[in-house]
Design a protein around this ligand. Structure first.
Ligand SMILES: NC(=O)c1ccc[n+]([C@@H]2O[C@H](COP(=O)([O-])OP(=O)(O)OC[C@H]3O[C@@H](n4cnc5c(N)ncnc54)[C@H](O)[C@@H]3O)[C@@H](O)[C@H]2O)c1
Length: 296
């Protein structure tokens, strides 16, 4: 007996890379899987792999970057398997470019597939889960890029939006028995190759994210919601959630003069590292225009 026997699941962007791994692990754990990918040939190949191991799957070529695509995809799951128990929002694209050169088209496209795609697929699936009265699970896909990363204004904003959406949906949907978590995966894929270029980064098997996704979709994880896990390689890491940290308190509130007097020796000494790599705060010397010296 697999822990997902009898469950109907949908994986967006399941035709290759990390999503393919999710599909294979969901299928191996007993779930019926709708393998969605705009590249239908890739989706069909994954369906065949699942079937070859005795699992149940079907392919969908819906574009999740449209409400109509999300509706088509969930309708296919209901037509094939009678219900939707779990949705894995994984589909993604990268259109990296430095901020000043980024076009509206590059920004929109990434928002459409990642942020709107997650919103549309989740809303359509949740309406169905609510009608079923069965509860359900959603696993979203964020990225450490949402901490801030050079050249990824669009992608970081979309992935940060997905993290915030995960917290919010977890709060709103618990009353229906629907859990919403996210992973921040790792894997050597077409996307990672496009983002990292010719770097000699070691190969990371993208299917290693799948077991945690299968676990999160299962009833054994019925106490886990609103959480983000770094997955992939040899790690599973619980992401610390954003929260207020160091504070200055002054009864009656802070005047501009008070702030000028006290900020530097209080919060000013504790500024947070910025970005993916979390190196110590680099701007104590001032953020200066070209040619102007930093403060010693
Ligand atoms: N590879 C990594 O190390 C890494 C790191 C952090 C986050 N991620 C995230 O993991 C997810 C999977 O990425 P990957 O590395 O496997 O990329 P990938 O390019 O190998 O696979 C993504 C799949 O999504 C499909 N897709 C794209 N747009 C779609 C759409 N509109 N509708 C349906 N399918 C669509 C693509 O055809 C492709 O098969 C993405 O959300 C990505 O942002 C990946």
């Amino acid at each position: 007996m697999g822990i997902l026997n009898g469950k109907a699941t949908v994986v967006t962007g399941g035709g290759r890379g990390i999503g393919r791994g999710h599909c294979l692990h969901l299928g191996a754990a007993g779930a019926a899987v709708v393998v969605n990918d705009v590249d239908i040939g890739e989706a069909r190949a994954v369906v065949e792999e699942i079937a070859a191991h005795g699992g149940r799957a079907c392919a969908s070529d819906a574009d999740v970057g449209s409400r109509q695509g999300a509706e088509e995809l969930m309708a296919l799951c209901v037509a094939a398997y009678g219900k939707i128990d779990a949705l894995v929002n994984n589909a993604g694209i990268a259109r990296d470019r430095s901020f000043l050169k980024m076009t509206d088209g590059e920004f929109d496209e990434v928002m459409r597939v990642h942020l709107y795609g997650t919103f549309w697929c989740s809303q359509v699936a949740v309406r169905r889960m609510q009608e079923q009265g069965t509860g359900g699970a959603i696993v979203n896909t964020t990225s450490a890029a949402h901490f801030g990363n050079f050249g990824q204004t669009n992608y970081a904003a979309a992935k940060g939006g997905i993290a915030s959406m995960t917290y919010t949906l977890a709060i709103e949907l618990a009353r229906y028995g629907i859990r919403v978590n996210a992973i921040s995966p790792l894997g050597t894929t077409r996307m990672s190759a496009a983002v990292m270029g010719d770097s000699k980064a070691p190969f990371i098997d993208p299917t290693l994210n799948g077991p945690m996704v299968a676990f999160l979709c299962s009833d054994e994880a019925d106490y886990i919601t609103g959480q983000i896990f770094g997955t992939g390689g040899d790690r599973i890491v619980l992401l610390e959630q954003p929260k207020y940290g160091h504070r200055m308190i002054k009864p009656g509130g802070w005047s501009l003069e008070d702030i000028r007097e006290h900020f530097k020796n209080n919060l000013g000494n504790a500024l947070e590292p910025i970005g993916l790599f979390k190196s110590p705060y680099p701007f104590y010397g001032g953020v200066k225009p070209p040619g102007k010296a930093e403060r010693p």
